[in-house]
Design a protein around this ligand. Structure first.
Ligand code: NAD
Ligand code: ZN
Length: 358
């Protein structure tokens, strides 16, 4: 079954070669063929896509697993279903849908059976192992495509599809309860700004950590009770501890920065029995903590990786209810390279969204 007017060709942002270049020619804006969905897949006419720091990692090739090449990046794509394979029954032509990082998984391994599909060994990753949302028509497995409620604006909801889902899941993984405090490290960036809003909606007290006046302003406007500037702080560990209401440190830490140093600091200011959740993926980084301190203070250190289909629906529901409002700027898909430049310089407060029609 398919809707009319699907073109043969479309505009896309294509990375042909990875490997450390962030110069003007690293992403090519050009026409490529529109693919046809397989029996269990849908074709989404992507209207808007958020730009995640993961897309920059993919372009630079700085992670230990290689991305496909040539690569169409992007995994925060919001659009309209225009075609579906013959096995697809529960997604209709015309539905609003999201291309997220988890493009597909086997749905039958023990991880998939236990709602941990991001851990599936057969997982397909949008904008990494399969082409993603930096194109006008993108494919995903129908079982995994995000169901976007009709009343949600496709432009503003796009970043929820990775940034929103990921931090919502991370906050759940932290075990922090209403009234407790959470430190968000990298709070002024894409994931961080969403984390402030979700944390606030979940009744948590937010200590935001990032650098510079613009990020400070954004974090405070979004609801952070304290901002600690990592660039100017003389004793970051002491400042973060002092920012929790009883000065014992935050109950949880969400690490969404793209540098190793904050990963080393977090176990020192988290409260005894607190939880440090690693989400950011700086290249070649390790996390370490003194064993004695970790044991006698009963500190938890864990990772959190995107979210499952239930987390996706829940994160979208917070958005639909009007609880999540994050600043974003929209530019044409043809300007994606400029967004990567700003991102690599740490200059983006909130999220950039690309409009695939320009
Ligand atoms: P971003 O560039 O928008 O934000 C990163 C922020 O970290 C910036 O505001 C920057 O100023 C800040 N920062 C840098 N150094 C800091 C420090 N020492 N202390 C505090 N803040 C600091 O990036 P993003 O799109 O939010 O992505 C963040 C990271 O999360 C990336 O590595 C990305 O690949 C990763 N990610 C992980 C998952 C997952 O499932 N685990 C999902 C999506 C993204
Ligand atoms: Zn992402």
């Amino acid at each position: 079954m398919s809707a009319p007017h699907i073109p043969q060709e479309q505009y896309a942002a294509v990375v042909e070669k990875t490997g450390g270049q962030s110069g003007a020619k690293a992403v090519l804006y050009k026409k490529i063929p529109v693919q046809k969905p397989g029996p269990d897949e849908v074709l989404v006419n992507v209207k808007y896509s958020g730009v995640c720091h993961t897309d920059l990692h993919a372009m630079l090739g700085d992670w230990p697993i290689p991305a496909k090449l040539p690569l169409v990046g992007g995994h925060e794509g919001a659009g309209i279903v225009v075609a579906r394979g013959e096995l697809v029954k529960d997604v209709q032509i015309g539905d609003h849908a999201g291309i997220k990082w988890l493009n597909g998984s086997c749905l039958s391994c023990s991880y998939c059976n236990n709602m941990d599909e991001p851990l599936c060994g057969e997982a397909l990753l949008s904008g990494y192992t399969v082409d993603g949302s930096f194109q006008q028509y993108a494919i995903a497995k129908a079982a995994h495509v995000a169901r976007i409620p009709r009343e949600c604006d496709l432009e503003a909801v796009a970043p929820v599809l990775c940034a929103g889902i990921t931090v919502y899941k991370g906050l759940k993984e932290s075990g922090a309860k209403p009234g407790q405090s959470v430190a968000i490290v990298g709070a002024g960036g894409g994931l961080g700004t969403f984390a402030i809003q979700y944390a606030k909606a979940m009744g948590l007290n937010v200590i935001a950590i990032d650098g510079g006046a613009e990020k400070k302003g954004v974090c405070e406007k979004l609801g952070a009770s304290t901002f600690v500037d990592f660039q100017s702080s003389k004793d970051l560990v002491a400042e973060v501890r002092a920012a929790s209401s009883d000065r014992l440190g935050p109950h949880a830490v969400l690490l969404v920065a793209v540098h190793e140093k904050p990963f080393q600091q977090a176990t020192r200011y988290v409260r005894a029995r607190g939880t440090v959740v690693c989400i950011g993926l700086p290249a070649n980084a390790t996390i370490s903590a003194p064993v004695f301190d970790t044991v006698v203070r009963m500190v938890n250190i864990k990772g959190s990786y995107v979210g499952n289909r239930a987390d996706t629906a829940e994160a979208l529901e917070f958005y639909r209810r009007g609880l999540i409002k994050v600043p974003f700027k929209t530019v044409g898909l043809s300007q994606l390279q400029d967004v990567y430049k700003l991102m690599s310089e740490g200059q983006i407060a909130g999220r950039y969204v690309v409009d695939t029609s320009k």
